[in-house]
Design a protein around this ligand. Structure first.
Ligand SMILES: *Cc1c(COP(=O)(O)O)cnc(C)c1O
Length: 435
């Protein structure tokens, strides 16, 4: 299958080129030229399939033309070595817990898939150059990518993160690993990290010398596999609510996750509609209200993995809907919450239902509470384990959050990171000196 750029000024590429390049040369994001619908028979029987079986069927639609079935099956099954359960919170609201992977956040799915796919393509190409994965993170991407690629031969990972703006537990997950993982602590905000990475990919000198690639949610190998769990969510929902279609609510930052869901919707996912839940970074929310997309500097919130002022994947959503504001607002509505509201939600949800939300999932839960119609049921994506944000969660709910064993392992490690300014020239010099 061919992939085109959302900016329309770059040649179409193959899957392997799209995965290795990450961003198109015209700074657009790659999109598959076709989105194949799944047959009705798949949905008729979906509740009897496992997560891996569902994921493999969905994966074949995207990647089946480019990867032999046996290899694809291995990549999919090896990626999904953990469950993604749908948990009932109230009569009408379900939580899709996408946080049972190695770093306890949903980005494990895309990052693990991408690491396996990239390593497959690098082997195919028989290149002798080392591959360098550059990744900007506002918290969870770095840990998911670093852990997804840890120890993968021939691939080195460089994580850029904003100094003082990620939680200790997040930071430990990508600064304690060593081996093929380097962490750079950037004196700036997430958008600076993202800009440094984007500029490196645009830099001719760097690209002629090194084999650079991205693992941000802009990479097709990260964002397409995220569609898998939307189908699995539906399968679990259908068992309890035959014949019904859930409203799906996604706590959103860079909009990669919801974009994957929208791709699933195009493939026939029986969802009723979508909600994008934002923290105070309300660029998409404002776009829905006004039709004007106006990026802003990001503001820091307690749901920090959603602190994004210019969401990359807006370009994909815009393209998917033929640049039509009307079409976008027909399928997607929005919500935006302040830190105080997020705290209130975590507190009331715990008191009323016993369920502990993380600050990101809290935006999703609250948006369903606010926007579900009387006859609707909804699923929100619980994107991280609350223990990853225990410093925020514990004072609000007034009790300790049990840290899963996977996270405890990181807490015992020692932080190793290098300081970096937000000037591209400095980052470029670092690459030349170290790669
Ligand atoms: C990355 C992240 C988000 C935002 O996802 P996008 O795909 O960037 O919209 C939400 N919650 C958590 C916990 C995350 O790590």
């Amino acid at each position: 299958m061919k992939y085109y750029s959302t900016n329309g000024k770059a040649p179409e590429v193959t899957l392997s080129e799209a995965v290795i390049k990450g961003l198109a040369p015209d700074k657009g994001l790659y999109m598959p030229e076709r989105i194949k619908p799944l047959p009705q028979s798949f949905f008729d029987n979906i509740e009897n399939l496992s997560l891996q079986e569902i994921a493999f069927e969905v994966a074949k639609c995207f990647f089946g033309e480019d990867i032999p079935e046996a290899d694809l099956k291995h990549i999919v099954y090896d990626t999904l070595q953990f469950d993604i359960p749908l948990v009932k919170i109230t009569d009408r609201i379900y939580s899709l817990e996408i946080y049972h992977g190695p770093t306890a956040a949903f980005k494990d799915v895309g990052a693990r898939f991408m690491a396996r796919l990239l390593s497959y393509f690098v082997k195919q190409q028989g290149t002798d150059k080392e591959v360098h994965v550059l990744v900007a993170t506002s918290g969870d991407t770095g840990s998911a990518v670093a852990n997804g690629f840890l120890g993968v031969p021939g691939i080195k990972v460089c994580v850029l993160y904003p100094k003082g703006k990620v939680s200790e537990i997040q930071e430990k997950q990508f600064t304690t690993l060593g081996q093929n993982i380097t962490a750079l602590e950037v004196d700036g905000v997430f958008d600076d990290c993202q800009r440094l990475v984007k500029e490196a990919f645009m830099d001719e000198e760097l690209n002629s010398k090194y084999f650079l690639t991205s693992a941000n949610s802009i990479n097709v190998a990260r964002f397409l596999p995220q569609s898998f769990y939307y189908f699995y969510a539906y399968a679990q929902f259908k068992k309890q609510n035959p014949g019904k279609q859930p409203v799906i609510c996604v706590p959103s930052g860079n909009f990669g996750n919801i974009c994957s869901g929208l791709f699933g919707y195009r493939m026939g996912l029986p969802a009723k509609r979508f909600i994008a839940a934002n923290n105070r970074n309300d660029i998409f929310y404002n776009y829905l209200q006004t039709g004007v997309y106006e990026p802003k500097a990001s503001v820091q919130t307690i749901a920090n993995a959603m602190d994004v002022g210019d969401p990359s994947n807006f370009a994909r959503i815009y393209d998917l809907y033929g640049k039509s504001h009307e079409a976008i607002t027909r399928d997607i509505s929005g919500a935006t919450y302040t830190d105080a509201q997020i705290r209130d939600t975590m507190s009331s949800c715990k008191a009323e239902t016993g369920y502990i939300l993380d600050p990101h999932g809290a935006c999703g839960y609250q948006a369903l509470c606010d926007l579900l119609g009387d006859d609707e049921q909804g699923i929100f994506l619980e994107t991280a384990h609350p223990a990853k944000f225990k410093d925020v969660v514990e004072p609000v709910i007034g009790e300790k959050v049990v840290i899963p064993e996977t996270l405890q392992r990181f807490m015992n490690g020692t932080k190793q990171s290098l300081p970096m300014t937000k000037q591209f020239a400095d980052f470029k010099n670092f690459i030349i000196a170290n790669f």
